[in-house]
Design a protein around this ligand. Sequence first.
Ligand SMILES: [Mn+2]
Length: 363
Amino acid sequence: MNSQEIRYFKEQLEEKLKNCSNVFILGHKSPDFDSIGSCIGLYTITSRYKKSYIIVDDEPSIIESGVKRIIDENKGKYSFIKKAEFDALKNKNSLIIIADTNKKNMICIGDEIEDFSSVMIIDHHEEDDNSIVTNDILNSVQVSSACEVTTRLLSSFKIKYSKDVANYLLAGISLDTKRFKRNTSAKTHDVAEKLIENGADIDYVNNLFLEEFESFCRISNLIINGTIIKKYSDDNLAPIQVSFTLNRNNKKAIYLKEDYAKSADKMLKFYGIDAAFALGYVDDKTIHISARSTKKVNVGKIMKEVYGGGNAQSAGGRVVSDDIDSIEEKLMNSISLGISDDIEVMDSPPIIKVKQIKKEKNR
Ligand SMILES: [Mn+2]
């Protein structure tokens, strides 16, 4: 990506910013540091011209903690909106800018992107049949990250940005280069140098990574220390698999509310579970339950029975109790409520434990 391409794109962007009614910036689903950093960097440019919004439609409880911290720290500063708010604010003169992806299936607005005449993309990923068609795309797989491109755009606009913005952009580059170990060109270092000159702080970036790692450890610890998987069906070929995650080695252990949500989410994603429940304490007396499912099980119905509510695929609940076993039992006994009538619940379903690495006896 040479300077001429950056300059050309800058001119196109400037032109579109003058003519549009408002601006919507979005990255890919399940935002990472590169996605959120480039969105914020782009917002810094576009908000000087027109009212701008950043669309993040993911449920806050399952957004990775470092990214969530960036969003939470900036709630008042940038206009973060959900897809539903976008639907209310969009019009035919809106400018849509997509960062860190070029695929329709990776963005929360999906095929609706085709309804807009002004769509611009800043990316560093391969294009394919699912890519959004637009002339205004600044994309090269040679480039480290969307944040690298965004930083170059900021320089070409000669826009001064805050230390915070510099931090987020550096975090994005740091993530996608695995700390400057891959996809790193002289230009990447050049851009990083500019960010550091603008106040980016390596300690802040390292802390963001550390926070993500600590969250990963807590969630793994919760899952490994006591997830059981039950199968429900009268047809052994395709049983419905439901997981129950609870720290069985320390039932009084306290986790963050989002740890339960993320645990349930990970069970669906990595274990191919149809419905996942995670429960445990959020303080010394309150039990929190998070429930996630695919289309086969209505967890909202189940949670309505068990101290909570929600929709078919995402629900939760809270109860003050010192008897977590009975809460889990009630949950297990209510499963049939969320499973369609043509599937029977087996009398004594087999239980599988998520594998736990055995502790070495001799050290
Ligand atoms: Mn990226």
